[in-house]
Design a protein around this ligand. Structure first.
Ligand code: ADP
Ligand code: TRP
Length: 323
């Protein structure tokens, strides 16, 4: 049997190149070698987006982006989180065995509050919903960016605790965090994130992408000054797209001096356009046919509900909820 691999992505803004290198690209690769489960985490997005038309639009757009970038519903399970309501029931059950101490240590919660996001019970409980996403499918491996590492640890803790308390039920999932691409920096040098307004959108208009690239923060070294590639945001992003030769050339240009940041940004812009250009036609085709996208998502959800119900029935049984 192929390994069960699962990951989700929040539709809380336009998908960006951090999402692509941290998650989407790897999911597309995994759909051949494993039994892939890939979903749009709209229940998670509700913690930050509370505007009907926006959430609806972003959910469908994220689905189109993923399909255009290569997620194939014939190979992978692909659905929207809220179409599988079983996950919300499991969230409640797991929240009853989640200790406050563990929850209060969550970095992502603390970071979001520090960024000015209003704390809510949903935001606080976010890691338990994520654990439910993973455990209800009995996923064995979860490819995510480094920022999600602690959520995976919490998931493993919860699964172990449940198994110990109620008997073997859940598979303990392994985090799959890529070594080469850790965290993609945003235009301001922090983690690129939909929540921080510092992204380079994959399918933005040419103008949007250009504006984002040109706004990447650099130090104030002049054209002729030698520059340090290891501390430069433009270089860190260029590195994701470049092959070995291109990388070597860029490193030399930095160290030697003579190339300004403006020129480095232009090279990066060209790389971004070359990489995502070929996916744009497929994206446009999907956009012209939203009914087809909805149909793909519904079929995906039906299949996933069957699997989820199986796990949930065991959980209901073991906890005594089934009487
Ligand atoms: P965002 O922070 O933009 O809201 P999500 O939290 O929805 O992104 O992340 C979706 C997926 O993309 C996750 O697997 C996450 O680890 C990955 N990811 C998000 N931002 C980055 C980044 N800057 N670098 C690497 N991976 C990222
Ligand atoms: N919290 C994840 C993120 O922001 C998205 C997500 C929700 C997820 N549920 C998941 C990722 C389950 C992996 C597995 O990136």
């Amino acid at each position: 049997m192929k390994k069960r691999v699962l990951s989700g992505i929040q539709p809380s803004g336009k998908l960006h190149i951090g999402n692509y290198f941290g998650m989407i690209k790897r999911m597309v690769e995994y759909q051949d070698s494993s039994d892939l489960f890939c979903f749009i985490a709209n229940l998670h997005s509700l913690t930050t987006i509370q505007e009907q038309s926006k959430l609806k639009e972003l959910t469908l757009e994220a689905a189109m982006d993923m399909l255009a970038l290569g997620i194939d519903p014939e190979k992978a399970h692909f659905w929207v989180q809220s179409d599988v309501p079983e996950v919300a029931e499991l969230t409640w059950i797991l929240s009853c065995i989640s200790s406050m101490g563990m929850m209060e240590r969550a970095h992502s919660y603390k970071d979001k509050i520090a960024k000015g996001i209003q704390p809510s019970l949903g935001l606080f409980n976010y890691p338990v919903l994520m654990a439910s996403d993973i455990l209800i499918i009995q996923a064995e491996s979860v490819p995510v960016g480094k920022d999600q590492k602690q959520h995976l640890e919490m998931t493993r803790d919860l699964a172990t605790k449940f198994n110990h308390q109620f008997g073997e039920t859940f598979t303990i999932p392994e985090p799959d965090i890529q070594k080469t691409v850790a965290t993609v920096p945003g235009t301001d040098g922090q983690k690129m994130s939909k929540s921080y307004d510092n992204t380079i959108p994959i399918f933005g208009t040419e103008k949007e992408i250009k504006k984002a690239v040109m706004s990447i923060v650099t130090d104030s070294k002049g054209v002729d000054d030698p520059k340090d590639p290891d501390t430069c945001n433009v270089f860190a992003i260029y590195k994701l797209f470049a092959n070995e030769t291109e990388l070597k050339e860029m490193t030399e240009a930095y160290q030697k001096g003579g190339m300004g940041y403006g020129e480095a940004k232009k090279k990066l812009l060209a790389k971004i356009q070359d990489t995502f250009g070929p996916f744009r036609d497929k994206r446009a085709e999907l956009e012209a046919n939203p009914k087809k996208v909805e149909e793909i998502l519904h079929v995906g959800a039906e299949k996933v509900r069957k699997i989820s119900l199986e796990t949930l029935e065991t959980v209901r049984e073991k906890t005594g909820l089934k009487y």
